[in-house]
Every structure is written in structure tokens, then in C-alpha cells.
Design a protein around this ligand. Structure first.
Ligand SMILES: [Zn+2]
Length: 201
């Protein structure tokens, strides 16, 4: 065999090996993340965007009432309905909302039906909705859009109204959005104080 043919054969063998390596890498990259891996990745991303610690939480899939897509328990567990534990836009939104219920703030979650609970849900959902465009870009770029179905429309409206009143700017403005984030990131006393300043507390 001539040196040139040897070289050609060597290059071909190297190419075959490279294709093999790339193929396995593609399979590894294409592996479907588990619900827990998705939660971990999204919590880390939210913390980096919000500049506030957003601890990830153990995920349990299922075990919810039929009309419930997700639930954050004060013991730290996040429960998700099976259809909201995957990579769909609705799942990105559900994870965002549940991660916004931070166990460190569980003291101000309030009882079901209370004003504190309405504020907590409104804040969790308002911040989740504010983050959705960036979250979609990061976690579901293959989707062109989706219709967001919030279970907390009135609560979110109240939070947006307060943010507009506090900043004197439209609720969609950067100032109002940052105020909502600050209210969400505040501890229980901090929330009361911020709301008292706008006369909404
Ligand atoms: Zn909630």
C-alpha cells in the first residue's frame, strides 16, 4: 500500500471515528431531561436573572387534584401534574410560578382565601409572567408562542396596579416590573411596608 493510500485510509478511519464520537454526543445531548433536572436548571436560571437565591426543590409528579397543575408545599416539595413536568411552555410557566413560592417566605403565604395568600399568588404569578419571554427563549425556543392561562388573573391585576401606583409608571414599564420583583423578593414585613407606601396595604 502506498503512503498516500495509507494516509487516505487513515483519514477515512479518523472520520469514521469522529462520526461515531459525534453521534454518541448527539444522543447524550438529546437525552430527555428528567422533571428534576428541568426544575434544577430553571431554578438556577431564575436566580441568575432575578439576583435573588431561588433554591431548587424536590419534584413529585402527580398526586394533585384534577384541576391543579402544580403546587408548592411549605415543606419544600413542588408537585406538578404530569402534563406540566415536561419541556412545554405551560410546564416552563408552571415551574416558574411554583419556584416563585419560596419556602424562606412561607411565613407570609397566609391561609387559603386570605389577603396574604392572594398577594402571594398574585406576586408569584406576576413575576412568573414577567419572566416568560426570557424563559421561553431559554427553555422552549422551538415554540413560537403559547396562550398563557393564569389561574390568578385578578390577583395579578392587583399586583400590577400596585406596581403602577408605586412607580407612577405603566405596569409594563421597567420601573414597575422591578418594583414587583422587589415586592416579591422582600420578606413579610418588607412587603407590608412597601404596600403601605402605596396605600394598597
Ligand atoms: Zn401558586
Amino acid at each position: 500500500m502506498s503512503p498516500i493510500r495509507n494516509l487516505v485510509l487513515g483519514v477515512l478511519l479518523a472520520l469514521v471515528a469522529l462520526v461515531g464520537v459525534l453521534g454518541s454526543a448527539a444522543i447524550a445531548l438529546g437525552a430527555t431531561p428528567t422533571p428534576q433536572q428541568r426544575m434544577d436548571a430553571q431554578a438556577a436560571w431564575m436566580a441568575s436573572v432575578l439576583h435573588v437565591p431561588v433554591p431548587t426543590r424536590p419534584v413529585v409528579v402527580g398526586g394533585l387534584q384534577p384541576d391543579n397543575v402544580g403546587e408548592a408545599d411549605a415543606d419544600g416539595v413542588i408537585r406538578l401534574a404530569p402534563a406540566y413536568a415536561n419541556g412545554s411552555p405551560g410546564a416552563v410557566y408552571a415551574r416558574q410560578h411554583e419556584l416563585d413560592h419560596r419556602p424562606g417566605n412561607a411565613a407570609c403565604w397566609g391561609e387559603a382565601g386570605s389577603a396574604e395568600r392572594a398577594l402571594e399568588e398574585g406576586l408569584a404569578d406576576a413575576v412568573a409572567q414577567d419572566l416568560m419571554p426570557a424563559a421561553m427563549h431559554r427553555f422552549a425556543p422551538q415554540w413560537w408562542g403559547f396562550v398563557l392561562e393564569s389561574g390568578y388573573e385578578q390577583e395579578v391585576r392587583n399586583v400590577r396596579y400596585a406596581s403602577a401606583a408605586a412607580t407612577g409608571r405603566p405596569w409594563r414599564s421597567r420601573e414597575a416590573r422591578l418594583w414587583r420583583r422587589a415586592l416579591w423578593g422582600a420578606d413579610c414585613d418588607g412587603r407590608v411596608a412597601m404596600l403601605a407606601r402605596v396605600g394598597a396595604g
